[in-house]
Write a protein that binds this ligand. Structure first.
Ligand code: AHG
Ligand code: MN
Ligand code: MN
Length: 339
């Protein structure tokens, strides 16, 4: 049995000049995840269900657990001292900790503290998504927005926690994807899925099909393709949609499949946020042998322009993502987002 801490420490040797700071930050995220996991598990008892009464920067009502999770992760990153700034879904502006201790930190973090908040009340899987970058600005000063506006290609590490039928932490430092399952009886994450690879063939597609009429023609054509009778290629495929990106992606990562959140004429950028949803999940998909696209461009090559920028998102089994890209190029070239 290998614990998350043992694994992180072992892997530290893979990085020349590693000082242990990076291991510490991953570890801090793991600790905050355990605290959030505890609250998620007793949410029905702990007076933590329901709305906080506030809105976040995207104008979405904040749930108490959104706010709780955000506070826990920020606290852990602040106390760790390796992180000098955080971009969070729940904070309009960049969070800097304004202390000499944190200003010395060499890393910045982008985080969706609670993903899938609409599922909290109904006991359905939710998650946390994070990205870690090395800062670009000078150490000793507060982190800057530019430190966070890096392409996914620059990621130092990214991962997610899924609070599901069991709780798991899945992450990558650019050398494959490893997944750890939480054992609540001993309070440890244990390596359960070393070197995860996404199956090269999949038959699951995940999309909020209620918005069908608004989808680009390319997506409609792809859905028609998914639903065709073609037993040799396992079509018609099957639909699974939870409404928590983390949970939908996690299932498709293990089983093989595609998750889609298209842009529409009214909302060409779609709904999902680049920094703390699309980019980290894209990084994990690629590290597991899959692919992630905005329909035209590789997600990891997109230069983010602001902290809460949105992007259309297609992620999962390479062959499936390539197929939808083909349909987009052919039927919906007007949806291409240019730099
Ligand atoms: P969040 O709870 O962090 O706001 O994210 C919700 C996201 C994502 O997790 C999910 O896949 C998607 O929104 C669901 O959106 P629809 O309800 O429009 O399908
Ligand atoms: Mn989210
Ligand atoms: Mn969220």
């Amino acid at each position: 049995m290998k614990t998350l801490i043992e694994f992180i420490n072992e892997k530290q040797a893979d990085f020349p000049y590693a000082t242990g700071e990076f291991s510490r930050i991953l570890n801090d995220i793991g600790i905050a995840a355990k605290i959030v996991n505890r609250e998620v598990n007793r949410a029905g008892l702990a007076n933590i269900l329901g709305y906080e009464g506030s809105e976040n920067v995207q104008g979405e009502a904040q749930k108490k657990l959104d706010v709780f999770a955000n506070n826990e992760f920020l606290k852990a990153l602040k106390n760790g001292g390796q992180c000098c700034a955080v971009a969070s879904e729940e904070n309009e502006n960049l969070v800097t900790f304004e202390s000499d201790f944190s200003n010395k930190g060499r890393y910045v973090v982008a985080i969706d503290p609670l993903d899938g908040s609409s599922n909290i009340e109904v006991n359905v899987s939710i998650g946390t998504i994070f990205t870690i970058y090395r800062r670009l600005s000078e150490t000793g000063k507060p982190g800057t927005v530019e430190d966070l506006l890096q392409k996914g290609l620059q990621i130092a590490a990214a991962g997610y926690v899924i609070y599901g039928s069991s709780t798991m932490l899945v992450y990558s430092t650019g050398k494959g994807v490893n997944a750890f399952t939480y054992d609540p009886s001993v309070g440890l994450f244990i390596l359960s899925h070393p070197e995860l690879r996404i199956p090269p063939k999949g038959n699951i597609y995940s999309i909020n099909e209620a918005s069908y009429i608004y989808f680009p023609e390319g997506v409609k054509e792809y859905l028609r393709y998914c639903q065709e009778d073609h037993p040799e290629s396992h079509r018609p495929y099957t639909t699974r949609y939870i409404g928590s990106l983390v949970a939908d992606f996690h299932r498709n990562l293990i089983r093989g499949g595609i998750y889609m959140y298209p842009g529409t004429r009214k909302k060409p950028q779609g709904k999902l946020r680049l920094l703390y949803e699309c980019i980290p999940i894209a990084f994990l998909a690629e590290q597991a042998g899959g692919k992630a696209s905005d329909g035209f461009r590789r997600i990891l090559e997109i230069q983010p322009r602001h902290l809460h920028e949105r992007s259309p998102f297609y992620v999962g089994t390479t062959e499936m993502v390539e197929k939808v890209e083909y349909f987009m190029k052919y039927f919906s070239p007007e949806f291409e987002i240019k730099d």
